[in-house]
Ligand binder design. Structure first.
Ligand SMILES: O=c1ccn([C@@H]2O[C@H](COP(=O)(O)O)[C@@H](O)[C@H]2O)c(=O)[nH]1
Ligand SMILES: [Mg+2]
Length: 208
């Protein structure tokens, strides 16, 4: 019986870290803007420092309805998700997290409802940037509130779903669209490069 109990205790002590993809591991916003400017050089665009809504489409719609359609066409097109650039330091941090004692890390991402390219290309991105072994560490869900974990690192300031009070602590990953958002007492992680993510993990581990 001791074996069974110690296994349960051991797994309970592991810090389960969920990490979002778009705007946390890969730079959706930068590629979207570059592609928009290249496809529509004569249309107005929103510089990254002026982005305010979570969905770029919503902010472009306020300028002109057809601009929002053009934005949607870009992220629905083949290769968009596959070719997203990495957020600096993200992959090294993920690999280090995976090797940390007492930590279990998963990628938790919401696919587009127009899944034709997005679903496959998210897997391709992970395989190319992180390695094949990460294909077993993917949670794709439209509702992240039902995912199990101690912490979710995600750029979306308000994550809503079927569970009103999700089990995880939401740490807001800073992105162009949320710099000015009211995050109501949530912690932020600003980047993967200044080492502050290690302090965050250490602090979270103390609470598990
Ligand atoms: O302007 C945008 C920005 C993102 N999306 C899509 O929303 C989800 C968000 O995924 P997260 O896992 O929360 O990062 C994803 O499918 C993005 O591609 C969008 O449709 N429009
Ligand atoms: Mg995101």
């Amino acid at each position: 019986m001791a074996g069974k109990n110690s296994f349960r205790n051991h797994s309970e002590r592991k810090l389960l870290v969920l990490v979002d993809m778009d705007q946390v591991l890969c730079d959706f916003e930068m590629r979207l803007l570059q592609e928009f400017q290249s496809r529509h050089p004569n249309d107005p665009f929103i510089p990254l420092e002026e982005r305010r809504t979570f969905y770029a489409r919503d902010q472009y719609a306020k300028i002109r309805a057809d601009l929002a359609d053009n934005i949607r066409d870009i992220y629905n097109s083949e290769g968009f998700f596959r070719d997203l650039p990495e957020i600096p330091g993200a992959c090294d941090a993920m690999k280090e997290l995976k090797e940390m004692e007492g930590v279990d890390v998963f990628i938790c991402s919401s696919p587009l409802t127009s899944y034709e390219f997005c679903l496959k290309e998210k897997f391709q991105w992970i395989e190319e940037h992180l390695g094949q072994e990460w294909l077993d560490k993917i949670i794709l869900t439209k509702d992240k509130t039902v995912a199990n974990g101690h912490v979710l690192i995600d750029d979306r300031p308000n994550i809503k779903g079927a569970i009103r009070k999700p089990i995880w602590e939401h740490v807001v990953f800073t992105a162009c669209h949320n710099v000015h958002s009211d995050i109501r007492g949530k912690r932020r992680l600003d980047n993967w490069t200044d080492g502050s993510w290690r302090d965050l993990i250490l602090d979270l581990q103390m609470r598990v």
